[in-house]
Design a protein around this ligand. Structure first.
Ligand SMILES: Nc1ncnc2c1ncn2[C@@H]1O[C@H](COP(=O)(O)OP(=O)(O)OP(=O)(O)O)[C@@H](O)[C@H]1O
Length: 267
């Protein structure tokens, strides 16, 4: 069973354009997520960040341009195929409330399960072995995100921060090579944010993943990201290290005249 430790291929976004009626939500946007790095996509409200995420995960098809994982073209694939190829995402507003932590993580393993539903339901020996291996891996992943002690707990009893980490662990259960994190600390208090940042740093290091991060919390972005792509009105206006983009005049202008994007965007 894969543990996801092989070096991930680069994720290449090339000249992606998305239009909604008359509005160009993404206008020939390009960036490359270097293997094993955290790449943040930031920008003011309406800049095109969510649209970009929806293209990467296959929910939107661009009018033109391409997204490639290594040599594999992802652009026309359905979301579940993209997930199977190793690009998993979390959702900003989905916070699980049903079942135990284990149940939710096993849902994540389902896509990787080779034994069919009938074989599992009939408890055929091969299927039982496979289920056991998936359960063991799910338990390991729970440990990686700090939920090891809560593995058999009902999710409804967990704090909001823990439930957001269940959502993260569910995505990790797909053994992704690229993890798309959609506002992972939205709605969290300060200590939960710090915890989440530690977890993202740990899983990136231990699983060797690439991470694409859309996040309004600029403190978190600046601490976690290796590279940052800045969008404004659907266009890429800057790209570089956190230090480079925070000093970029175009970025400062986009954040409505704030001297420091950390102040302007921490919504
Ligand atoms: N399904 C849609 N139909 C029509 N317009 C859309 C759709 N989704 C996004 N848009 C528009 O595309 C532009 C980019 O929106 P998007 O949600 O990608 O921005 P964002 O950077 O994620 O913003 P926020 O930070 O507010 O979440 C906006 O003008 C938005 O109104």
């Amino acid at each position: 069973m894969s543990t996801g430790t092989a070096a991930p291929p680069a994720l290449e976004v090339r000249d992606v354009t998305v239009r909604f009626a008359g509005l160009t939500a993404l206008d020939e946007v390009s960036f490359t997520v270097t293997p094993g790095t955290v790449h943040a996509v930031i920008g003011p409200n309406g800049a095109g960040k969510s649209t970009c995420f929806n293209v990467l995960s296959g929910l939107y098809r661009p009018a033109s341009g391409s997204v490639r994982l290594g040599t594999t073209e992802l652009t026309r694939l359905a979301p579940h195929n993209i997930a199977t190829l190793g690009v998993a995402r979390t959702f900003q507003n989905i916070v699980t409330t049903q079942g135990t932590v284990a149940d939710n993580l096993m849902l994540g393993r389902h896509v990787l399960s080779r034994a069919g539903f009938a074989a599992s339901a009939l408890r055929l020996p091969g299927a039982v072995r496979e289920q056991r291996a998936h359960l063991a891996r799910a338990r390991e992943i729970a440990g990686l995100v700090g939920l090891g002690d809560l593995f058999d707990s009902p999710v409804s009893l967990l704090s909001y921060g823990d439930r957001k980490r269940v959502e993260l662990a569910r995505a990790l259960c797909l053994e992704p090579r690229v993890l798309l994190l959609d506002e992972p600390v939205a709605g969290m208090n300060a200590s939960e944010r710090v915890r989440m940042a530690e977890v993202v740093r740990d899983i990136r290091a231990s699983l060797g993943l690439s991470v694409v991060l859309v996040e309004h919390d600029m403190g978190l972005v600046m601490r976690l990201a290796d590279e940052v792509t800045v969008l404004d009105f659907g266009k890429r206006i800057a790209h570089g290290t956190p230090d480079e983009v925070r000093q970029d005049p175009e970025v400062l202008r986009a954040y409505l005249g704030t001297e420091n994007p950390e102040a302007g965007a921490a919504a």
